[in-house]
Write a protein that binds this ligand. Sequence first.
Ligand code: NAD
Length: 476
Amino acid sequence: MHRVAVAQGDGIGSEIMDATLAVFKAAGVPIEFVPVEMGLSVWENGVPAGITDEAKQTIEDLGVLFKGPMATPSGKGVKSINVTARKTWNTYANKRIFRTLNGVPRGRYQHPDIDITMVRENIEDTYGAIEHMQTHDVAQCRRLITRPGSEAVVRYAFEVARRKGARRITAGHKANIMKLTDGLFLEVFREVAKEYPDINSDDRIVDAMAMELVMKPNSFDVIVLPNLQGDILSDLCAGLVGGLAYAPSANIGDHIAIFEAVHGTAPDIAGQGLANPTALMLSGCIMLRHLGLMAWADQIEAALEKAHRNCFRAPDLGCTPVPFQTQVFRDLVIEALEPVDLEHTKNIAPALRAPARDTQRMMTSPRAGSETTKGVDLFIDSDATPTHVAEVVNAACPAGMSVVMISNRGTQVWPTGSVFTDCVNHHRVRVESDTVVENAAIYTLAADVSQTLRVCSTEALLQIDNEAQYSLAQGQ
Ligand code: NAD
Protein backbone atom coordinates (compact mmCIF):
# COMPACT_ATOMS: atom_id res chain seq x y z
CA MET A 1 0.00 0.00 0.00
CA HIS A 2 1.35 3.44 -0.97
CA ARG A 3 1.15 6.30 1.54
CA VAL A 4 0.68 9.87 0.32
CA ALA A 5 0.47 13.11 2.33
CA VAL A 6 -2.67 15.08 1.53
CA ALA A 7 -3.34 18.78 2.25
CA GLN A 8 -6.87 20.01 1.58
CA GLY A 9 -5.94 23.60 0.73
CA ASP A 10 -7.91 26.85 1.12
CA GLY A 11 -10.99 28.33 -0.58
CA ILE A 12 -12.48 25.64 -2.85
CA GLY A 13 -9.66 23.28 -1.74
CA SER A 14 -11.66 21.12 0.66
CA GLU A 15 -14.64 20.89 -1.75
CA ILE A 16 -12.57 19.61 -4.68
CA MET A 17 -10.26 17.45 -2.53
CA ASP A 18 -13.21 15.72 -0.82
CA ALA A 19 -14.77 15.00 -4.22
CA THR A 20 -11.45 13.71 -5.58
CA LEU A 21 -10.72 11.44 -2.62
CA ALA A 22 -14.29 10.07 -2.80
CA VAL A 23 -13.68 9.11 -6.45
CA PHE A 24 -10.29 7.54 -5.57
CA LYS A 25 -11.93 5.56 -2.78
CA ALA A 26 -14.73 4.35 -5.03
CA ALA A 27 -12.13 3.33 -7.62
CA GLY A 28 -10.32 1.25 -4.98
CA VAL A 29 -7.03 3.14 -5.41
CA PRO A 30 -4.50 1.38 -3.15
CA ILE A 31 -3.22 4.50 -1.37
CA GLU A 32 -3.46 5.50 2.29
CA PHE A 33 -3.87 9.30 2.38
CA VAL A 34 -2.19 10.87 5.42
CA PRO A 35 -3.66 14.34 6.22
CA VAL A 36 -1.16 17.17 6.82
CA GLU A 37 -1.71 20.77 7.94
CA MET A 38 -0.66 23.44 5.44
CA GLY A 39 -2.07 26.73 4.20
CA LEU A 40 -3.92 29.78 5.41
CA SER A 41 -5.19 28.34 8.71
CA VAL A 42 -1.63 27.41 9.75
CA TRP A 43 -0.40 30.86 8.74
CA GLU A 44 -3.26 32.49 10.70
CA ASN A 45 -2.23 30.43 13.74
CA GLY A 46 1.07 32.33 13.73
CA VAL A 47 3.27 29.93 11.72
CA PRO A 48 4.74 32.26 9.04
CA ALA A 49 5.85 29.37 6.79
CA GLY A 50 2.21 28.16 6.50
CA ILE A 51 3.19 24.56 7.27
CA THR A 52 3.56 22.78 10.62
CA ASP A 53 6.83 20.99 11.49
CA GLU A 54 4.87 17.76 11.72
CA ALA A 55 3.48 18.21 8.19
CA LYS A 56 6.96 18.98 6.84
CA GLN A 57 8.35 15.82 8.45
CA THR A 58 5.49 13.64 7.13
CA ILE A 59 5.94 14.95 3.57
CA GLU A 60 9.72 14.44 3.72
CA ASP A 61 9.19 10.88 4.99
CA LEU A 62 6.54 9.92 2.44
CA GLY A 63 8.00 11.74 -0.59
CA VAL A 64 4.62 12.50 -2.21
CA LEU A 65 2.22 15.37 -1.47
CA PHE A 66 -1.24 15.67 -3.02
CA LYS A 67 -2.46 19.21 -2.34
CA GLY A 68 -5.39 21.52 -2.91
CA PRO A 69 -4.80 25.17 -3.85
CA MET A 70 -3.50 27.47 -1.12
CA ALA A 71 -4.03 31.21 -0.74
CA THR A 72 -1.16 33.65 -0.48
CA PRO A 73 -2.12 36.45 1.96
CA SER A 74 -1.41 39.78 0.29
CA GLY A 75 1.20 42.15 1.65
CA LYS A 76 4.95 42.65 1.45
CA GLY A 77 7.10 39.99 3.10
CA VAL A 78 4.50 37.18 2.82
CA LYS A 79 5.76 34.31 0.68
CA SER A 80 3.49 31.92 -1.21
CA ILE A 81 3.33 28.53 0.55
CA ASN A 82 2.85 26.93 -2.88
CA VAL A 83 6.10 28.37 -4.22
CA THR A 84 7.93 27.75 -0.92
CA ALA A 85 6.92 24.07 -0.97
CA ARG A 86 8.14 23.63 -4.57
CA LYS A 87 11.44 25.36 -3.82
CA THR A 88 12.16 23.87 -0.39
CA TRP A 89 11.85 20.32 -1.70
CA ASN A 90 13.63 21.09 -4.95
CA THR A 91 10.79 20.03 -7.22
CA TYR A 92 12.69 21.47 -10.15
CA ALA A 93 10.30 20.42 -12.91
CA ASN A 94 6.68 21.45 -13.21
CA LYS A 95 4.91 19.17 -15.65
CA ARG A 96 1.54 20.27 -16.99
CA ILE A 97 -0.49 18.16 -19.36
CA PHE A 98 -2.94 19.94 -21.67
CA ARG A 99 -5.10 17.35 -23.32
CA THR A 100 -8.54 17.89 -24.80
CA LEU A 101 -10.98 16.00 -22.61
CA ASN A 102 -13.80 14.43 -24.54
CA GLY A 103 -17.01 16.26 -23.66
CA VAL A 104 -15.44 19.53 -22.50
CA PRO A 105 -16.45 22.52 -24.65
CA ARG A 106 -13.41 23.97 -26.41
CA GLY A 107 -14.37 27.60 -26.05
CA ARG A 108 -14.04 29.91 -29.01
CA TYR A 109 -11.00 28.15 -30.54
CA GLN A 110 -12.13 25.09 -32.47
CA HIS A 111 -8.91 23.09 -32.68
CA PRO A 112 -8.64 19.39 -33.28
CA ASP A 113 -7.69 17.43 -30.13
CA ILE A 114 -4.69 18.87 -28.29
CA ASP A 115 -2.08 16.89 -26.37
CA ILE A 116 0.73 19.19 -25.22
CA THR A 117 3.04 18.47 -22.29
CA MET A 118 4.71 21.55 -20.86
CA VAL A 119 7.72 21.20 -18.57
CA ARG A 120 8.47 24.42 -16.76
CA GLU A 121 11.54 25.10 -14.64
CA ASN A 122 10.15 25.42 -11.15
CA ILE A 123 12.74 26.91 -8.79
CA GLU A 124 14.77 29.68 -10.42
CA ASP A 125 14.20 32.73 -12.60
CA THR A 126 12.24 35.65 -11.15
CA TYR A 127 10.54 33.13 -8.83
CA GLY A 128 13.66 33.35 -6.68
CA ALA A 129 11.87 36.58 -5.69
CA ILE A 130 15.22 38.16 -4.80
CA GLU A 131 13.97 41.72 -4.86
CA HIS A 132 15.29 45.01 -3.53
CA MET A 133 14.37 48.67 -3.74
CA GLN A 134 17.68 49.99 -5.08
CA THR A 135 16.64 53.61 -4.74
CA HIS A 136 13.31 55.08 -3.70
CA ASP A 137 12.34 55.05 -7.40
CA VAL A 138 13.91 51.81 -8.60
CA ALA A 139 12.95 48.22 -7.78
CA GLN A 140 15.12 45.32 -8.81
CA CYS A 141 14.50 41.57 -9.14
CA ARG A 142 17.55 39.36 -9.55
CA ARG A 143 16.82 36.69 -12.12
CA LEU A 144 19.09 33.71 -11.53
CA ILE A 145 19.29 30.97 -14.15
CA THR A 146 21.81 28.24 -13.31
CA ARG A 147 23.52 25.57 -15.37
CA PRO A 148 22.77 22.68 -12.94
CA GLY A 149 19.16 23.87 -12.48
CA SER A 150 18.59 24.16 -16.23
CA GLU A 151 20.22 20.81 -16.86
CA ALA A 152 17.97 19.05 -14.32
CA VAL A 153 14.74 20.37 -15.86
CA VAL A 154 15.84 19.97 -19.48
CA ARG A 155 16.96 16.38 -18.89
CA TYR A 156 13.62 15.64 -17.21
CA ALA A 157 11.78 17.14 -20.21
CA PHE A 158 13.71 14.90 -22.62
CA GLU A 159 12.87 11.86 -20.47
CA VAL A 160 9.18 12.88 -20.54
CA ALA A 161 9.37 13.24 -24.33
CA ARG A 162 10.93 9.80 -24.68
CA ARG A 163 8.30 8.17 -22.43
CA LYS A 164 5.52 9.95 -24.33
CA GLY A 165 6.97 8.87 -27.67
CA ALA A 166 6.94 12.57 -28.60
CA ARG A 167 7.62 13.60 -32.19
CA ARG A 168 9.15 16.91 -31.12
CA ILE A 169 10.54 18.75 -28.08
CA THR A 170 10.81 22.52 -28.24
CA ALA A 171 12.57 24.94 -25.89
CA GLY A 172 11.02 28.38 -25.41
CA HIS A 173 13.29 31.27 -24.41
CA LYS A 174 14.15 34.93 -24.87
CA ALA A 175 17.85 34.40 -25.57
CA ASN A 176 17.84 37.08 -28.28
CA ILE A 177 17.51 39.69 -25.51
CA MET A 178 18.71 37.94 -22.33
CA LYS A 179 21.82 36.47 -23.87
CA LEU A 180 23.39 35.28 -20.63
CA THR A 181 20.40 33.98 -18.63
CA ASP A 182 18.10 32.61 -21.32
CA GLY A 183 21.24 32.03 -23.38
CA LEU A 184 22.49 29.62 -20.71
CA PHE A 185 19.13 27.80 -20.62
CA LEU A 186 19.21 27.39 -24.41
CA GLU A 187 22.87 26.31 -24.44
CA VAL A 188 22.07 23.58 -21.88
CA PHE A 189 19.03 22.49 -23.93
CA ARG A 190 21.17 22.10 -27.05
CA GLU A 191 23.87 20.18 -25.13
CA VAL A 192 21.37 17.75 -23.57
CA ALA A 193 19.59 17.31 -26.95
CA LYS A 194 22.76 15.65 -28.32
CA GLU A 195 22.17 12.81 -25.84
CA TYR A 196 18.68 12.19 -27.30
CA PRO A 197 19.28 11.86 -31.07
CA ASP A 198 16.01 9.89 -31.40
CA ILE A 199 13.90 12.98 -30.52
CA ASN A 200 13.52 15.99 -32.84
CA SER A 201 14.50 19.08 -30.89
CA ASP A 202 14.22 22.75 -31.76
CA ASP A 203 13.64 26.10 -30.05
CA ARG A 204 11.40 29.13 -30.36
CA ILE A 205 11.59 32.68 -29.03
CA VAL A 206 8.85 32.73 -26.45
CA ASP A 207 6.68 35.44 -28.00
CA ALA A 208 6.63 33.64 -31.35
CA MET A 209 5.86 30.44 -29.47
CA ALA A 210 2.83 32.10 -27.83
CA MET A 211 1.44 33.01 -31.23
CA GLU A 212 2.13 29.58 -32.73
CA LEU A 213 0.43 27.92 -29.76
CA VAL A 214 -2.73 29.83 -30.58
CA MET A 215 -2.48 29.42 -34.37
CA LYS A 216 -1.36 25.78 -34.63
CA PRO A 217 -1.10 24.19 -31.19
CA ASN A 218 -0.86 20.69 -32.59
CA SER A 219 2.53 21.42 -34.10
CA PHE A 220 3.89 21.22 -30.50
CA ASP A 221 4.28 18.07 -28.46
CA VAL A 222 6.63 18.60 -25.47
CA ILE A 223 7.72 22.13 -24.53
CA VAL A 224 10.35 23.13 -21.97
CA LEU A 225 10.62 26.69 -20.64
CA PRO A 226 12.19 28.82 -17.92
CA ASN A 227 9.93 29.48 -14.94
CA LEU A 228 8.10 32.75 -15.65
CA GLN A 229 7.69 32.17 -19.38
CA GLY A 230 6.41 28.67 -18.59
CA ASP A 231 3.93 30.06 -16.08
CA ILE A 232 2.42 32.41 -18.65
CA LEU A 233 2.33 30.00 -21.58
CA SER A 234 0.85 27.22 -19.48
CA ASP A 235 -2.20 29.36 -18.71
CA LEU A 236 -2.45 30.07 -22.43
CA CYS A 237 -2.49 26.30 -23.05
CA ALA A 238 -5.12 25.86 -20.30
CA GLY A 239 -7.28 28.25 -22.33
CA LEU A 240 -6.92 25.98 -25.36
CA VAL A 241 -8.34 22.94 -23.56
CA GLY A 242 -11.31 24.57 -21.83
CA GLY A 243 -9.87 26.65 -18.99
CA LEU A 244 -8.01 26.36 -15.70
CA ALA A 245 -10.46 23.76 -14.42
CA TYR A 246 -8.90 21.30 -16.92
CA ALA A 247 -5.21 21.93 -16.23
CA PRO A 248 -3.47 19.41 -13.95
CA SER A 249 0.14 19.65 -12.80
CA ALA A 250 2.96 17.77 -11.11
CA ASN A 251 6.00 19.25 -9.38
CA ILE A 252 8.78 16.72 -9.73
CA GLY A 253 11.99 16.51 -7.73
CA ASP A 254 14.48 13.69 -7.31
CA HIS A 255 13.07 12.81 -3.88
CA ILE A 256 9.77 14.61 -3.35
CA ALA A 257 6.90 15.20 -5.78
CA ILE A 258 3.87 17.45 -5.34
CA PHE A 259 0.65 17.03 -7.34
CA GLU A 260 -1.87 19.87 -7.58
CA ALA A 261 -4.22 21.66 -9.97
CA VAL A 262 -2.88 24.71 -11.82
CA HIS A 263 -5.72 26.93 -10.59
CA GLY A 264 -5.94 28.75 -7.25
CA THR A 265 -8.41 28.86 -4.38
CA ALA A 266 -11.20 30.54 -6.43
CA PRO A 267 -12.39 32.70 -3.49
CA ASP A 268 -15.27 34.04 -5.62
CA ILE A 269 -17.03 30.65 -5.62
CA ALA A 270 -15.63 29.05 -2.43
CA GLY A 271 -18.17 27.36 -0.15
CA GLN A 272 -20.92 27.33 -2.79
CA GLY A 273 -20.45 23.80 -4.10
CA LEU A 274 -19.76 25.13 -7.61
CA ALA A 275 -16.06 24.28 -8.00
CA ASN A 276 -14.98 21.93 -10.75
CA PRO A 277 -12.68 19.20 -9.33
CA THR A 278 -11.52 17.95 -12.76
CA ALA A 279 -8.04 19.53 -12.66
CA LEU A 280 -7.36 18.09 -9.20
CA MET A 281 -8.66 14.67 -10.28
CA LEU A 282 -6.41 14.78 -13.37
CA SER A 283 -3.46 15.85 -11.16
CA GLY A 284 -4.28 12.82 -9.02
CA CYS A 285 -4.11 10.66 -12.15
CA ILE A 286 -0.60 11.99 -12.92
CA MET A 287 0.27 11.07 -9.32
CA LEU A 288 -1.13 7.56 -9.78
CA ARG A 289 1.08 7.06 -12.85
CA HIS A 290 4.07 8.47 -10.93
CA LEU A 291 3.42 5.75 -8.34
CA GLY A 292 3.06 3.07 -11.00
CA LEU A 293 -0.72 2.76 -10.50
CA MET A 294 -1.45 3.03 -14.25
CA ALA A 295 -4.65 0.99 -14.29
CA TRP A 296 -6.38 3.25 -11.75
CA ALA A 297 -5.25 6.39 -13.60
CA ASP A 298 -6.71 5.03 -16.87
CA GLN A 299 -9.92 4.03 -15.09
CA ILE A 300 -10.48 7.45 -13.46
CA GLU A 301 -9.62 9.40 -16.63
CA ALA A 302 -12.11 7.30 -18.62
CA ALA A 303 -14.80 7.96 -15.99
CA LEU A 304 -14.03 11.70 -16.09
CA GLU A 305 -14.52 11.77 -19.85
CA LYS A 306 -17.76 9.86 -19.56
CA ALA A 307 -19.05 12.25 -16.88
CA HIS A 308 -18.15 15.25 -19.05
CA ARG A 309 -20.00 13.84 -22.01
CA ASN A 310 -23.16 14.49 -19.96
CA CYS A 311 -22.81 18.01 -21.14
CA PHE A 312 -21.96 19.68 -17.88
CA ARG A 313 -20.79 23.23 -18.18
CA ALA A 314 -18.50 24.79 -15.57
CA PRO A 315 -19.00 28.37 -14.36
CA ASP A 316 -15.40 29.23 -15.21
CA LEU A 317 -16.14 28.49 -18.86
CA GLY A 318 -18.60 31.34 -18.93
CA CYS A 319 -21.53 29.25 -20.24
CA THR A 320 -23.85 27.93 -17.58
CA PRO A 321 -27.17 26.63 -18.87
CA VAL A 322 -26.86 24.07 -16.05
CA PRO A 323 -24.97 25.32 -12.94
CA PHE A 324 -22.03 23.04 -12.26
CA GLN A 325 -22.29 21.29 -8.90
CA THR A 326 -19.23 19.66 -7.36
CA GLN A 327 -21.08 16.86 -5.60
CA VAL A 328 -23.34 16.01 -8.52
CA PHE A 329 -20.28 15.83 -10.75
CA ARG A 330 -18.44 13.67 -8.17
CA ASP A 331 -21.33 11.18 -8.21
CA LEU A 332 -21.39 11.16 -12.02
CA VAL A 333 -17.70 10.25 -12.09
CA ILE A 334 -18.21 7.52 -9.49
CA GLU A 335 -21.13 6.10 -11.48
CA ALA A 336 -18.97 6.09 -14.62
CA LEU A 337 -16.13 4.07 -13.03
CA GLU A 338 -15.50 0.76 -14.77
CA PRO A 339 -13.71 -2.09 -12.95
CA VAL A 340 -9.91 -1.78 -12.95
CA ASP A 341 -8.04 -3.77 -15.59
CA LEU A 342 -6.26 -6.14 -13.20
CA GLU A 343 -3.73 -7.13 -15.89
CA HIS A 344 -2.00 -3.81 -15.30
CA THR A 345 -1.98 -4.11 -11.54
CA LYS A 346 0.88 -6.62 -11.81
CA ASN A 347 3.09 -3.69 -12.81
CA ILE A 348 2.69 -1.70 -9.61
CA ALA A 349 5.96 0.01 -8.73
CA PRO A 350 7.21 -0.34 -5.16
CA ALA A 351 6.06 2.38 -2.73
CA LEU A 352 8.28 5.48 -2.90
CA ARG A 353 10.19 6.67 0.12
CA ALA A 354 12.20 9.88 0.24
CA PRO A 355 15.77 8.92 1.28
CA ALA A 356 17.07 10.48 4.50
CA ARG A 357 19.46 13.42 4.14
CA ASP A 358 21.43 15.33 6.75
CA THR A 359 22.77 18.17 4.64
CA GLN A 360 22.03 20.09 1.44
CA ARG A 361 23.49 18.85 -1.84
CA MET A 362 25.83 21.17 -3.72
CA MET A 363 25.17 21.10 -7.49
CA THR A 364 28.10 22.38 -9.54
CA SER A 365 29.48 21.79 -13.01
CA PRO A 366 33.24 21.75 -13.72
CA ARG A 367 34.78 25.23 -14.17
CA ALA A 368 35.30 26.00 -17.85
CA GLY A 369 38.55 28.01 -17.71
CA SER A 370 40.60 30.56 -15.82
CA GLU A 371 38.38 33.09 -14.03
CA THR A 372 39.49 36.67 -13.43
CA THR A 373 37.88 39.95 -12.40
CA LYS A 374 38.04 42.70 -15.04
CA GLY A 375 36.35 45.38 -12.95
CA VAL A 376 33.00 46.23 -11.42
CA ASP A 377 29.60 47.66 -12.20
CA LEU A 378 28.79 50.13 -9.42
CA PHE A 379 25.09 50.95 -9.14
CA ILE A 380 24.76 54.49 -7.84
CA ASP A 381 21.71 56.17 -6.35
CA SER A 382 22.03 59.76 -7.54
CA ASP A 383 20.00 62.30 -9.47
CA ALA A 384 23.20 63.99 -10.63
CA THR A 385 24.06 63.93 -14.34
CA PRO A 386 25.99 60.94 -15.74
CA THR A 387 28.93 63.29 -16.44
CA HIS A 388 29.11 64.32 -12.77
CA VAL A 389 28.81 60.69 -11.61
CA ALA A 390 31.65 59.70 -13.99
CA GLU A 391 33.86 62.47 -12.60
CA VAL A 392 33.30 61.40 -8.98
CA VAL A 393 33.94 57.71 -9.67
CA ASN A 394 36.99 58.40 -11.86
CA ALA A 395 38.45 60.54 -9.06
CA ALA A 396 38.13 57.59 -6.66
CA CYS A 397 39.65 55.03 -9.07
CA PRO A 398 43.20 53.78 -8.36
CA ALA A 399 45.79 53.88 -11.16
CA GLY A 400 44.91 51.47 -13.98
CA MET A 401 41.15 51.59 -13.33
CA SER A 402 38.68 53.98 -14.95
CA VAL A 403 35.03 54.44 -15.84
CA VAL A 404 34.39 53.01 -19.32
CA MET A 405 30.63 53.44 -19.55
CA ILE A 406 27.53 54.53 -17.67
CA SER A 407 24.11 53.18 -18.52
CA ASN A 408 20.69 54.10 -17.21
CA ARG A 409 17.91 51.53 -17.32
CA GLY A 410 20.23 49.49 -19.58
CA THR A 411 20.91 52.20 -22.18
CA GLN A 412 24.34 53.85 -22.46
CA VAL A 413 24.26 57.52 -21.47
CA TRP A 414 28.01 58.22 -20.98
CA PRO A 415 30.57 58.83 -22.52
CA THR A 416 28.20 58.99 -25.48
CA GLY A 417 24.43 58.73 -25.67
CA SER A 418 21.37 60.72 -26.60
CA VAL A 419 19.88 63.68 -24.74
CA PHE A 420 16.53 62.04 -25.48
CA THR A 421 17.33 59.07 -23.20
CA ASP A 422 15.44 59.85 -19.98
CA CYS A 423 17.25 58.81 -16.81
CA VAL A 424 16.31 57.68 -13.29
CA ASN A 425 18.36 57.89 -10.11
CA HIS A 426 20.09 54.55 -10.72
CA HIS A 427 23.30 54.72 -12.73
CA ARG A 428 25.23 51.61 -13.71
CA VAL A 429 28.84 52.79 -13.70
CA ARG A 430 31.18 50.30 -15.35
CA VAL A 431 34.74 50.49 -14.09
CA GLU A 432 37.37 48.37 -15.81
CA SER A 433 41.01 47.73 -15.12
CA ASP A 434 43.93 47.56 -17.59
CA THR A 435 45.11 44.49 -15.74
CA VAL A 436 43.50 41.73 -13.70
CA VAL A 437 42.23 43.16 -10.40
CA GLU A 438 41.92 41.48 -7.03
CA ASN A 439 38.28 40.94 -6.14
CA ALA A 440 38.83 42.91 -2.91
CA ALA A 441 39.95 46.00 -4.89
CA ILE A 442 36.46 46.54 -6.28
CA TYR A 443 35.02 46.78 -2.76
CA THR A 444 37.73 49.22 -1.75
CA LEU A 445 36.69 51.34 -4.75
CA ALA A 446 33.02 51.08 -3.75
CA ALA A 447 33.92 52.22 -0.23
CA ASP A 448 35.88 55.19 -1.62
CA VAL A 449 33.04 56.24 -3.95
CA SER A 450 30.61 55.96 -1.03
CA GLN A 451 32.33 58.93 0.60
CA THR A 452 30.55 61.07 -2.02
CA LEU A 453 27.77 59.06 -3.71
CA ARG A 454 25.50 56.29 -2.39
CA VAL A 455 26.51 52.92 -3.89
CA CYS A 456 23.41 50.71 -3.74
CA SER A 457 24.85 47.59 -5.32
CA THR A 458 27.94 46.14 -6.99
CA GLU A 459 28.48 43.42 -9.59
CA ALA A 460 31.96 42.02 -10.22
CA LEU A 461 32.84 41.75 -13.93
CA LEU A 462 33.83 38.12 -14.43
CA GLN A 463 36.01 36.96 -17.32
CA ILE A 464 36.59 33.34 -18.23
CA ASP A 465 39.76 32.86 -20.30
CA ASN A 466 39.70 36.64 -20.90
CA GLU A 467 36.17 36.52 -22.34
CA ALA A 468 33.60 38.88 -20.78
CA GLN A 469 30.80 37.16 -18.85
CA TYR A 470 28.57 40.23 -18.59
CA SER A 471 26.20 42.04 -20.89
CA LEU A 472 26.92 45.22 -22.80
CA ALA A 473 24.65 48.25 -22.45
CA GLN A 474 22.20 49.10 -25.25
CA GLY A 475 24.16 51.36 -27.59
CA GLN A 476 27.59 50.32 -26.21
P1 NAD B 1 -7.93 31.30 -9.26
O1 NAD B 1 -7.37 30.21 -10.11
O2 NAD B 1 -8.23 30.93 -7.85
O3 NAD B 1 -9.30 31.85 -9.92
C1 NAD B 1 -9.36 32.41 -11.25
C2 NAD B 1 -10.78 32.25 -11.82
O4 NAD B 1 -10.99 30.87 -12.19
C3 NAD B 1 -11.87 32.58 -10.80
O5 NAD B 1 -12.94 33.18 -11.48
C4 NAD B 1 -12.31 31.22 -10.27
O6 NAD B 1 -13.66 31.17 -9.84
C5 NAD B 1 -12.09 30.30 -11.49
N1 NAD B 1 -11.73 28.94 -11.07
C6 NAD B 1 -10.52 28.53 -10.64
N2 NAD B 1 -10.56 27.23 -10.34
C7 NAD B 1 -11.81 26.80 -10.58
C8 NAD B 1 -12.47 25.55 -10.45
N3 NAD B 1 -11.82 24.45 -10.02
N4 NAD B 1 -13.78 25.48 -10.78
C9 NAD B 1 -14.43 26.55 -11.22
N5 NAD B 1 -13.87 27.78 -11.37
C10 NAD B 1 -12.57 27.90 -11.04
O7 NAD B 1 -6.90 32.53 -9.32
P2 NAD B 1 -6.80 33.83 -8.41
O8 NAD B 1 -8.17 34.36 -8.13
O9 NAD B 1 -5.82 34.68 -9.10
O10 NAD B 1 -6.13 33.36 -7.04
C11 NAD B 1 -6.84 33.14 -5.83
C12 NAD B 1 -5.86 32.65 -4.76
O11 NAD B 1 -5.32 31.38 -5.14
C13 NAD B 1 -4.68 33.59 -4.50
O12 NAD B 1 -4.43 33.66 -3.11
C14 NAD B 1 -3.52 32.91 -5.19
O13 NAD B 1 -2.28 33.20 -4.58
C15 NAD B 1 -3.89 31.43 -4.99
N6 NAD B 1 -3.30 30.53 -5.98
C16 NAD B 1 -2.86 29.32 -5.54
C17 NAD B 1 -2.36 28.40 -6.44
C18 NAD B 1 -1.88 27.07 -5.90
O14 NAD B 1 -2.22 26.69 -4.80
N7 NAD B 1 -1.08 26.32 -6.65
C19 NAD B 1 -2.32 28.68 -7.81
C20 NAD B 1 -2.82 29.93 -8.25
C21 NAD B 1 -3.31 30.85 -7.33
